[in-house]
Design a protein around this ligand. Sequence first.
Ligand code: ADP
Ligand code: MG
Length: 238
Amino acid sequence: MTPPSGSRRSDGFLVEARDAVLSFGQTPALRGADLSVAEGEIVAIMGPSGSGKSTLLHCLAGILTPDSGEILFAGRRVDTLRETERSALRRDSFGFVFQFGQLVPELTAEENVALPLLLGRARRASALAEARAWFPRLGLEGMERRRSGELSGGQSQRVAIARAMVARPQVLFADEPTGSLDSLTGENVMDLLVAAAREHGTTVVIVTHEPRVAAYADREVVVRDGKATSLSAERRAS
Ligand code: ADP
Ligand code: MG
């Protein structure tokens, strides 16, 4: 989906947080976080536990609203949208992979993957056909009719990635998508995620604490005490 005409492309950045501040009660989570992600870029957000990584990702994805600061998508403010518009933006332009997959247990794997298409009012048969096309690509052939209780952690995470990608989002947000997986399965999941993103030109913002996962990204951003610092390629290489 291309942004509406007349929208400011914001120096070419697709996703941005500007001086985002957010507290949970007395607990500050973001203390003026800035992050700009270019279209097609794959950015890894790293940093210690509790530093604000998930909060920043949720703000960028329009799931949380910062107390102050700005969140932009394609140069348009996201944080000031009404909830109905924000849901529509999330549905039409974003995919989100949660840390533990969060599949709907009552649905089969293929129904889980088809969900975003059905919410976008696709017809059930075509949505399921499109969903099924992802299974061989993600090494999930034969898993189409299983429910989440009958899938391994790695399989569930791959189903969650397929669900986040099926509607061809412009941006894929992923919060430690390999955090619950052993390292070989995690690498496999990252290979598939990055390959799918590159194939579709998807912009990816991924939270991870694992350097080997961050190595898949074009750029690393470190979040500490609710502030984000971008590491240049030179610093990474040294
Ligand atoms: P990270 O993902 O880097 O581990 P988070 O963004 O989850 O960090 O959390 C940042 C800070 O905000 C932490 O101090 C955490 O305890 C707090 N926090 C996060 N979510 C909530 C919440 N829903 N309610 C209260 N405090 C929260
Ligand atoms: Mg987190």
